[in-house]
Write a protein that binds this ligand. Structure first.
Ligand SMILES: NC(=O)c1ccc[n+]([C@@H]2O[C@H](COP(=O)([O-])OP(=O)(O)OC[C@H]3O[C@@H](n4cnc5c(N)ncnc54)[C@H](O)[C@@H]3O)[C@@H](O)[C@H]2O)c1
Length: 346
């Protein structure tokens, strides 16, 4: 059992991870300023795990406030750093905000870790570090591509900072997790994706169309070199990501105990399978038994035709394989779509 400081733990992936960590017997301390999440959701999370979970409402760019939390939890052994601004389009418009927020938050956390002696740092990276990869599927050895946005660049820079940090602080094991396309919701229907800001992800937008909140799904591009001409991505259930983080904490602590010099470790977290936008539409229709209005329009600037992961390394070294299917993703996201309005009421 380890005490884990989780930044951004009230957000989409963070909240599912907090639940999994607690279910697996770990203790959690969360830092989140609810910039893109809801305080009421934290209460649903606490109901789900049937306990109070310490939560600090502070901005991670405030180094003094971050240091204070770490000083109060010197016995924490691990840190998972989710907190970041996450919108690709916004990052193109406001690059300085993204660099300032995402990098300063991370630097403050690393600085406190170095001071208080936590042993492993788990970082939320993204498949966006690969840019427009030439060879598919991408493996962890696929080199960084040209960053398509300042957001992607903050992930590349974040990974480089960790590499330098662990070289200078070899008692800390870095674990870099490159997520592909997180989707779905907790099977309980208690928590799910509920950003304060805009919704840009495909699966929740499909749900909003299904529920009649949007007229139709806009499919950008129908002539890509994929099975049916629509873009292909790798969807991973958010609860599978939750269990991957718990495993990553345990893995990082095991490596710290043996003073491993293979540091940091990098893992792709995807399903290992590509799904096109039109296949995702069909999966929704199969699960719900209702047609999903959609129209195919011109491709969008900056979209890559296809990207999906190999997950062999996570399977072999981390001992993690995803449990949920695309239909599970659709089923849980649909249940969350029905539950969400009442869950977000105070
Ligand atoms: N969702 C995806 O598709 C995806 C894909 C790849 C990588 N990621 C990465 O995973 C991480 C989590 O993503 P998510 O989808 O859960 O996002 P999210 O916005 O739901 O969660 C991020 C949380 O961090 C908090 N936060 C942000 N800035 C903060 C600050 N300065 N101080 C305190 N709290 C702050 C927000 O309030 C939010 O609760 C991010 O680093 C993101 O870049 C997400």
């Amino acid at each position: 059992m380890a005490k884990v400081i989780v930044t951004g733990g009230a957000g989409y992936i963070g909240s599912h991870t907090v639940v999994n960590l607690i279910e697996q017997g770990h203790e959690v301390v969360c830092i989140d300023n609810f910039f893109n999440s809801h305080q009421v959701m934290w209460r649903h999370l606490e109901e789900l795990v049937d306990r109070k979970v310490p939560q600090y409402n502070i901005d991670l760019t405030d180094a003094t406030a971050v240091d204070k939390v770490f000083s109060e939890h010197k016995d924490a052994e691990a840190v998972i750093h989710f907190a970041a601004r996450i919108y690709v389009g916004e990052s193109v418009e406001k690059p300085i905000t993204y660099f300032r927020q995402n990098l300063n938050s991370m630097l403050n956390v690393l600085e406190s870790m170095a001071k208080y002696g936590q042993k492993t740092f788990i970082f939320s990276s993204s498949c966006s570090v690969y840019g427009n990869a030439e060879e598919l599927p991408v493996t962890e050895a696929t080199p960084f591509g040209l960053a398509e946005s300042p957001y992607a660049r903050t992930k590349q820079m974040g990974e480089q900072i960790i590499t330098d940090f662990v070289r200078a602080n070899p008692s800390v094991q870095g674990v870099i997790l490159r997520y592909f396309n997180p989707a779905g919701a907790h099977p309980s229907g208690q928590i799910g994706e509920a950003p304060q800001l805009e919704q840009t992800h495909l699966v929740p937008i499909i749900m909003e169309v299904g529920a009649g909140h949007r007229k139709e799904l806009t499919v950008f591009g129908g002539d890509y070199p994929t099975r049916d001409g629509s873009c292909l991505r790798d969807y991973i259930h958010v609860s599978d990501l939750g269990s991957a983080h718990t495993r990553a904490v345990e893995f990082g602590l095991e490596k710290a105990a043996t003073k491993s010099t293979n540091n940091p470790s990098i893992f792709n977290l995807g399903s290992g399978d590509g799904v096109t936008v039109l296949e995702a539409v069909k999966a929704f229709e199969k699960v719900t038994g209702q047609d999903l209005p959609h129209k195919i329009v011109e491709p969008r600037d900056g979209d890559v035709a296809a990207i999906f992961a190999t997950t062999t390394k996570a399977d072999q070294e981390l001992g993690w394989t995803p449990q949920y299917s695309l239909e599970d993703i659709m089923r849980s996201a649909w249940a969350w779509e029905q539950a969400r309005p009442s869950k977000l009421k105070a």
